[in-house]
Design a protein around this ligand. Structure first.
Ligand SMILES: [Zn+2]
Length: 204
């Protein structure tokens, strides 16, 4: 039913229920619905449930079959509409009911039409739960300006350090050039120095 991949089950999911919420909907209400459904059907509160925005809209789900393999029946993927105006906690609860029954081992052939097609009266255990979409906090302009100033100051400090280091390198090579030039000059003086024949003694 869903185009969202099932999350992978790890050892800890044998003991705990993990809600991997990738949406802006509050996790608390999602968890409440899943926990209530599990308890209603007499199941352990464990496994991993991923919630993503529906790529095609609406409320959808997908779950492993509880009786198919040793570790199956522990992972579930659910989707919620990207538009919070379309979110319907009762419809979401019907989808959770369908998927939880898969965890319990029920195939589609075992489900009545209401459970199979996620229709009919809302599950009683879903009463009083509202899906709340958290509106992202607007960026604070003061904070943004302060961050920009701090960044510019630190970049300037780095640039000055680099400039200082470059100047040190320039001075080092300038010293070496001067030293090398002096060595060349000294060698030229020695090689071209006139031989004092008279003082030395001349020919033996
Ligand atoms: Zn199904």
């Amino acid at each position: 039913m869903s185009r969202v991949a099932l999350p992978s089950v790890t050892h800890r999911h044998l003991r705990h229920l993990e809600i991997q919420n990738e949406t802006g909907y509050r996790t608390r209400a999602i968890r409440t619905l899943v926990v209530r459904a599990l308890r209603f059907y007499g199941m352990a509160v464990r496994g991993v449930v991923r919630i993503a925005y529906s790529p095609v809209g609406g409320h959808r789900g997908c779950a492993a079959l509880g009786n198919s393999a040793a570790r199956a029946g522990l992972n579930m993927a659910l989707t919620l509409p990207r538009d919070p105006g379309e979110a319907d906690s009762e419809q979401f609860a019907r989808v959770i009911r369908h998927e939880v029954l898969h965890w319990r081992g029920a195939g589609h052939a075992d489900m009545g039409p209401d459970i199979l097609y996620c229709q009919g009266p809302a599950p009683e255990w879903a009463a009083g739960v509202t899906l709340e979409h958290v509106v992202p906090k607007a960026a604070d302009p003061t904070e943004a300006r302060d961050r920009k100033l701090a960044h510019a100051r630190s970049m300037l400090k780095c640039a000055r350090t680099r400039a200082k280091r470059a100047e040190t390198i320039v001075q080092k090579w300038a010293r070496r050039v001067r030293a090398a030039e002096r060595a060349v000059e000294r060698a030229l003086v020695v090689e071209t120095a006139p031989v004092d024949v008279a003082a030395g003694g001349g020919k033996p």
